[in-house]
Every structure is written in C-alpha cells, then in structure tokens.
Design a protein around this ligand. Structure first.
Ligand SMILES: *[C@@H]1O[C@H](CO)[C@@H](O)[C@H](O)[C@H]1NC(C)=O
Ligand SMILES: *[C@@H]1O[C@H](CO)[C@@H](O)[C@H](O)[C@H]1NC(C)=O
Length: 193
C-alpha cells in the first residue's frame, strides 16, 4: 500500500516535472529532434560596445544603397511612403570613408511611415576584420531617420555573436545635401558570450 502511494506520487511528480522543465529525453514521435538538454546559465554574458561608421552612398558611379521598389504614390509622399531600398554599405572605424574597413551593413529598409519619415530597418552587420571576422549581428527595428538618435534592437547573431541581444544607437554624422550620401555613426551595445 505504502509502496503504491509512493510510486503514484513519484509518477505524478515526474510527469509534472517533465511538463514544466525541458529535460533531455527521447520521444517516439520526435524523430527529427536531435537533442534537447538543459542549458547551463553558468556562462557569463558580456556586453561589448562597438562604434562603427556606416557609409550609405547613393551617388554614382558606385552606389552602396539602391532604390529597388516604390509605390505609385511614393514620389508624391513627403515621407517616401512605399519606398524600399537595399544596401551593402561599408562599415569603417572612423567617419572618413578611407578609414579602416571592418565590415558591411547588408540589409533592407522600407519607408513605412505615412505621417513621418519612419523606416523599418532589417540589416546584418557582417564583420570582416580581426577577431570578429565572419561573425554577424542582426538588427531589426524602427528607424526614424530625422531623429537625432535612433535606437534599434539587436535580435540575434552568428559566430562570436551567437545568442546576441542588445541594441544599436544610430546617429547621422554627416549628409551631403546634393547627393544624399550619408555617414551614420552606430554605437552597438551587444550582449554575447
Ligand atoms: C520616382 O522618382 C525616382 C527617383 O527620382 C524615379 O527613378 C522614378 O522613376 C519615379 N517614379 C515615378 C513613378 O515617377
Ligand atoms: C576574414 O576571413 C576570410 C575568410 O576566412 C579571409 O579570407 C580574410 O582574409 C579574413 N580577413 C581578415 C582581414 O582577416
């Protein structure tokens, strides 16, 4: 009797435990699951702050940001609503375009604001130099281009930035009013392992 109670209790406990905590297990109906294990939080996350300058060049002969689509009303819209651009902008360590190149900002930006110049920005910072060469940071957020500081979330990363999270603060460093060529300063605050 006591054994029966004990084992039922144990079963109940085990089933609750398996329902609430992801433990290593193998299940018949999960033949595509390779493994599932508890994650140790002993590894300490660090926060790195990078400062990079992004060069958006619209002018010929070698534009790095190009218009790829627009709505029929985009040219009449004061906010460019409907415009979509793609970019592959150099990331350098200084505001001078000839300063050391350390990566590229590859992504897309779409004018999503009916009433203000607001863009949906989705871009990857791809590092091409030194320790971080080959690692990437994925940024997705709201870019109100005329605001002095635009904060956008870091939603992930690869390589040394696996499981990255954090935010970037973008500032317009300079803009050529004739060509539209723009240098942006990015302060990247990224938590990673
Ligand atoms: C809108 O302006 C762009 C850039 O000046 C031009 O390439 C495009 O043809 C224009 N589109 C329309 C529909 O007028
Ligand atoms: C970055 O990595 C690539 C691929 O491994 C390599 O070809 C390149 O030389 C590296 N660049 C630098 C500056 O270390």
């Amino acid at each position: 009797m006591a054994t029966f109670f004990f084992s039922s209790f144990l079963l109940l406990f085990l089933s609750c435990a398996t329902n609430s905590i992801p433990v290593a297990f193998s299940e018949q109906n999960n033949d595509y699951l390779v493994s599932s294990q508890l994650v140790s939080h002993a590894a300490v996350e660090k926060q790195s702050h990078f400062r990079l300058y992004c060069h958006a060049i619209y002018s010929d002969p070698n534009p790095t940001t190009v218009r790829v689509a627009a709505a029929s009303g985009t040219n009449k819209s004061s906010t460019y609503f409907g415009l979509v651009v793609l970019m592959d902008d150099p990331l350098t360590i200084g505001p001078d375009a000839n300063s050391k190149l350390v990566g590229r900002a590859q992504g897309t930006s779409a004018a999503a604001g009916l009433y203000k110049m607001e863009f949906v920005m989705a871009t990857n910072f791809i590092f091409t130099d030194g320790k971080y060469n080959g690692s990437t940071i994925a940024i997705f957020g709201h870019d109100e281009v005329l605001a002095p500081v635009r904060e956008m979330p870091i939603i992930g990363g690869s390589g040394l930035f696996r499981f990255a999270r954090g935010y970037v603060q973008a500032r317009t460093y300079s803009r050529d009013l004739e060509t539209g060529d723009t240098v942006m300063q990015f302060d990247v605050f990224v938590n990673h392992y």
